[in-house]
Design a protein around this ligand. Structure first.
Ligand code: ADP
Length: 557
């Protein structure tokens, strides 16, 4: 490249002009998605090494952006960027070899530059352009000092050039990672969406089978129906696991903290598995450390998910003996208690060489497991991630033919009395759950099977139900009739749930009308979208009868 074109700055120093390929160069820089990203060790190691080798106060990886130079790594100086007009690096990117200023005070271009005139008082500068494979000069690797120098040796020049090549490699690696993450995110989002797509018709199958169960059936038909329901539930379990994994991968897993009764949660898990264990002639023992309070603040749903998975495996892999579920106090620090939940069985055990692997995705102790016991190998991977996200950990200790012990260690906040009182009030409402709910509800939902399932659930609670097959009909009906609650599907033809809600909210007379979204989307952003449209709450599809009832009790007043 030719040498830098200059432009005089009125304050008396000289800035480098933009390069001739500026537009394409800028595009190439943006393509790396590196500007304004956080620090990275590999870049920092290079600047540290350069500053040490050349004995300079500072070393930078500087990327020359539109109107600034931004530092991916800055060794020895606490700065992230400076204006491009002041940047020595804006001159250096014109060069093919190291661009060297031995004494800035003796160089017309830099003598009055604010970076020379005042902090950080640059005197010496040596910068090698970072030239990509396509020939774009994105910035420099440079060494800077506050004392002038007599010369830069050939060996020092070589060090600078070689390290600059390493920076270009590190940038290529950064780009490859960005692209890999993009692909992986797309895959996770696809998986999450697919799981939802599958869950919706599955919800129809299970919902309709449940309705069928309420009709008069012969014994044989009842048995067939039971098989349909069991297969449906187990398919739903697998789909839910895949959904969880994809949510975890896409970073969309959230922890929902609230007051809960840990003893109650664990005891109910024991009770859930008792019939199956008794059938197998296995005992389940539940022990709760008396030093522990009953109530904590945490995500009871996720704790339930972990322990259910562990007890389910314990029952599955044990053929004689017993299973114990024990909760142990470990320590207390202010309001936080560290505890262990231990699930121990006398089952087939896990060979030592497989014990680490079973927490990996899609991993089973050995390939024959799938044939004998079924399963997808996702459960323990989810348990590990959930424990990690809640600040805890999970480990296993096992001996083949003797049994396995899974230990979940978790820090949990102790619930204050006021929190517990509040939670108790809510439970009292739950206790009313058997009472009829005399509410008039509008269901805006376009899918015919979903309409039937929701209608039958609501009618079984005692509600009166109207159906709107799209957003326009929903608006018409809420203006005409008086509803206690609207259940609003988000995606509908003609006018979707978001638009319909926005329009309803514009009508002052309907300001108090509760609208709960029915969303099939697994991600938090969607919940935000519902709130922004003016909905009060949301229910995730496929609908669980219990959750639906809870929301109706909460909102239809
Ligand atoms: P899966 O759906 O296959 O049960 P998990 O992730 O829950 O998936 O478990 C992974 C593997 O770990 C199982 O397939 C089994 O080989 C082994 N495993 C888990 N729990 C136990 C246990 N209690 N006893 C023996 N093996 C177990």
């Amino acid at each position: 490249m030719e040498s830098a074109k200059h432009k005089a700055i009125s304050d008396g120093w000289i800035a480098a002009e933009k390069t001739p390929d500026e537009e394409a160069r800028q595009k190439a820089l943006d393509h790396y998605c590196i500007l304004d990203t956080g620090p990275a060790e590999n870049f920092d190691h290079i600047t540290e090494l350069l500053s040490r080798q050349l004995g300079t106060a500072f070393a930078l990886v500087s990327l020359v952006d539109k109107s600034r130079q931004w530092f991916k790594s800055a060794c020895g100086i606490d700065a992230t960027e400076t204006p491009r007009d002041m940047a020595f690096c804006a001159h250096a990117i014109w060069s093919d070899k190291p661009f060297v200023v031995l004494n800035a005070l003796e160089d017309e271009r830099f003598r009055k530059n604010p970076l020379v005139d005042s902090e950080p008082h640059i005197r010496f500068y040596a910068g090698m352009p970072l030239i990509t494979e396509d020939g774009y000069r994105l910035g420099t690797l440079c060494a800077i000092d506050t004392k002038p120098r007599k010369s830069l040796s050939k060996q020092e020049e070589d060090i600078l050039s070689t390290l600059a090549k390493l920076v270009v490699d590190a940038m290529a690696l950064h780009l490859a990672n960005v692209e890999m993450k993009k692909q992986s995110d797309a895959k996770s989002i696809f998986l999450a969406n697919m799981s939802h797509e599958i869950r919706t018709p599955m919800n129809g199958v299970i919902g309709m089978a449940n309705l069928l169960g309420k009709t008069k059936l012969t014994k044989k038909q009842g048995n067939y129906l039971e098989a349909i329901l069991q297969s449906g539930e187990s398919l739903m379990g697998i789909i839910n696991n895949i959904l969880d994994i994809s949510k975890i991968e896409a970073g969309g897993l959230e922890i929902d903290e609230h007051v809960f009764d840990l003893h109650h949660v664990l005891e109910s898990i024991k009770n859930l598995f008792m019939p199956h264990a008794t059938e197998k002639n296995i005992e389940i023992i539940f022990e709760y450390d008396s030093r522990l309070p009953l109530h904590f603040i945490g995500d009871s749903g996720r704790i339930r998910q972990i322990i259910t998975n562990l007890v389910n495996n314990a029952v599955k892999f044990t053929h004689e003996g017993s299973i114990s579920l024990e909760v142990k106090f470990l320590s207390k620090n202010k309001d936080i208690i560290s505890l262990e939940m231990i699930v121990k069985d006398t089952g087939v055990g896990i060979p030592a060489e497989h014990q680490d692997k079973i927490f990996d995705k899609f991993s089973q102790s050995d390939a024959s497991t799938t044939n004998t016991y079924g399963g997808t190998g996702l459960g323990l991977s989810i348990c590990r991630t959930l424990s990690d996200v809640m600040g805890g950990s999970i480990c296993v200790d096992s001996e083949q033919e003797k049994g396995s012990t899974f230990t979940v260690s978790l820090p949990l906040s102790i619930a204050k009395k006021s929190h517990i009182d509040q939670a108790m009030k809510a439970t009292k409402n739950d206790d009313m759950s058997d009472k009829e709910i005399k509410a008039r509800i509008l269901v805006a939902e376009d899918n015919l099977i979903n309409q039937m399932v929701i209608r039958s659930m609501l009618e079984s609670f005692g509600c009166t139900v109207d159906i709107a097959e799209n957003g326009n009909v929903a608006i018409e009906l809420v203006e005409k009739n008086q509803y206690d609650l609207v259940l609003m599907d988000c995606l509908m033809p003609e006018k979707d749930g978001y638009q319909a809600t926005e329009e309803i909210r514009k009508n002052k007379k309907l300001a108090g009308l509760a609208i709960v979204a029915l969303t099939a989307d697994a991600f938090k952003e969607n919940q935000k979208k519902c709130q922004e449209a003016g909905m009060n709450d949301f229910l995730s599809k496929p609908l669980q009868e219990e959750c639906l009832k809870e929301k109706i009790q909460q909102w239809a007043r």
